[in-house]
Write a protein of this length. Structure first.
Length: 282
């Protein structure tokens, strides 16, 4: 089934006006499908009613209208508009500053906001970030798609998904290492595959990518449940590791050395919005 385009979306709007018009006997003479003035009148009346509804619900209508404008530009294939989930990269002074700071310049669009002045901002998540960052449209350009990356946990086509899988995998490896257990060979292979993909796509060194994720791994490791099956049975609480301690162990680079090929036993492993994750496509 092909995705809906601008013509289909317009017909959805016309059908909504048909239903709205049917609510009022005095509008039977209007024909919004052929008469521009009738269309303007019905669209205006519907918007007014939606404003009243938004007020009753305590929702800011102007914010919704601004976001709708941004999505409308995207669906019209505006070359300067980016859909949620698309890959983008910084350009110009913003990209230069990120490079100087050792920060990634590529990421994924997670939200859209248009100010009352008509200025479009995109919320972008880049490697290692826990929050979305607002970036002006003028500072962005399309980025190459993330490479299709097969892992034992499935095929990954999105940089945010790849990052989360790498953090989860690295956490399991770190937990095994801390407790003198052998990491799973699957985890070691996935770690290498995901790290290579993220390093190549972000055009950064492996060490920089690892450093950006150390704090995330440390957080996950320290938040692990006491009955985490990668930990040995003990009544002693697990030591809380900081990113610096992980880095001091040269984690996770040495963990992959020759383990996978030695056949060692592995530890068992158990409508649109400007908010964070991508909304379902229409």
């Amino acid at each position: 089934m092909t995705e809906a385009g601008a013509e289909e979306f317009a017909e959805f709007g016309a059908a909504a006006l048909d239903a709205f018009q049917a609510l009022f006997e005095q509008t039977e003479h209007l024909d919004h499908r052929t008469d521009d003035q009738d269309a303007r009148e019905l669209i205006g009346d519907l918007l007014i009613d939606l404003m009243h509804y938004a007020e009753r619900r305590g929702i800011e209508f102007n914010d919704i209208a601004a976001e709708a404008q941004a999505y409308y530009d995207t669906e019209r294939d505006n070359p300067n508009a980016y859909a949620i989930g698309s890959t983008v990269q910084l350009q110009g002074p913003a990209a230069h500053e990120a490079v100087l700071l050792g920060q990634p310049t590529r990421g994924s669009v997670t939200g859209i906001f248009v100010s009352h002045q008509g200025q479009t901002e995109y919320y972008v998540r880049t490697l290692g970030q826990t929050k979305n960052q607002p970036v002006l449209a003028a500072d962005l350009e399309p980025a190459p798609p993330f490479p299709t990356t097969p892992t034992t946990q499935g095929v990954v086509k999105d940089p945010l998904k790849a990052e989360q899988l790498l953090i989860d995998t690295a956490t399991r490896i770190a937990s095994a290492d801390v407790h003198s257990l052998q990491p799973s060979p699957d985890d070691l292979r996935d770690h290498r595959t995901l790290l290579d993909a993220l390093t190549a796509w972000n055009d950064m060194s492996e060490r920089n990518v690892t450093d950006l994720l150390l704090s995330r791994v440390a957080e996950h490791l320290n938040a692990a449940e006491p009955n985490d099956i990668t930990k040995p049975p003990t009544s002693e609480p697990a030591a809380r590791l900081t990113p610096a301690q992980l880095a001091a162990q040269a984690f996770p680079v040495p963990l992959a050395d020759d383990i996978a090929g030695e056949q060692k036993p592995a530890a068992t492993r158990a409508s649109r919005t400007r908010q964070t994750p991508p909304s379902p496509s229409r």
